[in-house]
Design a protein around this ligand. Structure first.
Ligand SMILES: Cc1cc2nc3c(=O)[nH]c(=O)nc-3n(C[C@H](O)[C@H](O)[C@H](O)COP(=O)(O)OP(=O)(O)OC[C@H]3O[C@@H](n4cnc5c(N)ncnc54)[C@H](O)[C@@H]3O)c2cc1C
Length: 399
């Protein structure tokens, strides 16, 4: 089977690059082994947190970063994903632990706070459901109280959830979200009865699994500010975003090989000729260009022994430091050097093998070396911007 481009990995980086290339009129196949980091998303995409610096030799230095940042919201809108936020400036969100965290782009259920101190002096009503363990109201409330917000917690018992509650293991965010697709307006009317003068309503991110319009409808139903706060994974806004990107990629003519895994690659004359997958066996996938978007350790895009960090599929150059003790900081909460290791590339994001670029193999997303220095805690921006940049490097001439 022959495509213009084959992408290894269907996470945020692979889908961004794939959709962009399809929109440019290329034929693209994405091979996607399994879950990706979007399933764990907070509902926000981080870009260059405060204090982040781009290393001088990093490919990002060559990018028109401001130009790409300005494209993010319209690009996601083309896939039916509504993002908010100022592309050039970070705002704040509330984490499931009740802390403030910087983020750049916000899915509909993660409305940015006007400022870091917006909730100080306010009264908040935190609403959850009896038996729902994926949303820790006590932690959230304690942390908000500590930073100056008065909090009251209410548990809303809806008969629609009785069947789920029969088995506590069913009370997960995604299952609750399925019920909420039908019962969300009941939540609105019940919460209205629970309010006792609060100015902020805090709800778990369990609304609008398929369509974020429900999130906006809930927000518009109240005079009070409504904050949707992340739950334990899987993440409802992350899954919805993944689904929309995949659907748009396929609607544009892309081929998404779900649940398949690239097992081997043939390289000849410094070019990748083809890759073979678990499901297709001897039927190799050929392409003019290949994108490695296989993620970091979490997704097995990078692996490690006690001696080395390596890229398992192509054996590409990885920028790990000598001596295992230099890979981590004993202070658990410090930035960990191993998060900065990854595949090295030239300025066009072409992956290096034994110091030389593989001429038609590009790397995007969290498999890239230096990603941690860029993200300082949040990597989605790296995935989006490198996904767009790699697609433009492969198809600069197309629309
Ligand atoms: C738990 C977690 C939570 C995060 N939350 C946030 C957040 O809230 N905000 C934020 O800004 N950043 C967050 N990040 C950072 C994250 O790195 C980025 O958000 C981004 O989603 C990474 O995308 P990616 O496409 O590079 O990699 P991934 O999302 O890891 O996707 C890589 C995909 O490639 C597949 N794959 C690997 N090898 C193969 C193969 N051989 N063949 C086929 N497929 C293969 C994997 O199965 C996986 O599906 C989080 C990261 C993690 C790990």
């Amino acid at each position: 089977m022959k495509f213009d481009t084959v992408i290894i990995g269907g996470g945020l980086a692979g889908l961004t690059a794939g959709l962009r290339l399809q929109q440019k009129g290329k034929s693209v196949a994405i091979v996607s082994a399994g879950q990706n980091a979007l399933h764990f998303s907070s509902g926000t995409f981080g870009v260059l947190n405060e204090g982040a610096e781009i290393p001088e030799n990093h490919p990002y230095m060559k990018l028109n970063l401001e130009g790409y940042l300005a494209e993010v919201i319209p690009f996601f809108a083309s896939a039916g994903v509504v993002l908010k936020g100022n592309p050039l400036k970070n705002s704040w969100r509330i984490t499931p632990m009740g802390k403030r965290q910087e983020a750049r782009f916000f899915m509909e259920d993660a409305d940015p706070l006007e400022g870091k101190d917006t909730l100080i002096g306010k009264k908040a009503l935190v609403v959850s459901f009896p038996g729902f363990l994926d949303f820790n109201t006590s932690f959230l409330a304690a942390s908000l109280e500590k930073s100056g917000t008065a909090v009251r917690i209410e548990l809303l018992a809806l008969p629609e959830m009785d069947r789920l509650r029969e088995n506590p293991s069913e009370m997960r965010s995604v299952n609750v979200a399925r019920v909420m697709d039908r019962a969300w307006n009941k939540v609105v009317s019940e919460v209205k009865l629970l309010l006792k003068g609060e100015d902020v309503i805090v709800l778990p991110q369990v609304f609008g699994l398929k369509d974020s319009a429900i999130v906006s409808a809930i927000r518009e139903s109240f005079d009070q500010k409504v904050l949707f706060v992340g739950t334990m994974p899987p993440s409802v806004p992350g899954m919805r975003t993944q689904m929309k990107l995949k659907q748009s990629f396929e609607a544009a003519g892309g081929t998404f090989l779900m649940g398949d895994e690239v097992l081997s690659a043939e390289i000849s004359s410094e070019r990748v000729v083809s890759v073979k997958t678990r499901n297709l066996g001897d039927h190799a996938l050929e392409a003019d260009a290949f994108i490695l978007a296989s993620g970091s350790y979490f997704s097995k895009g990078l692996s490690a022994t006690t001696e080395e960090v390596f890229e398992p599929l192509f054996g590409l150059d990885v920028n790990f430091s000598e001596g295992r003790s230099s890979w981590y900081d004993a202070d658990f909460y410090s930035a960990q050097p191993f998060n900065n290791f990854g595949v090295m590339t030239d300025e066009k994001f072409r992956a290096l093998k034994e110091g030389k670029p593989v001429l038609n193999l590009y790397a995007a997303g969290s498999v890239l070396g230096g990603a941690d220095a860029l993200r300082l805690g949040c990597g989605a921006g790296v995935a989006i911007l490198s996904g767009l940049a790699v697609a433009d490097a492969i198809a600069p001439e197309s629309k």
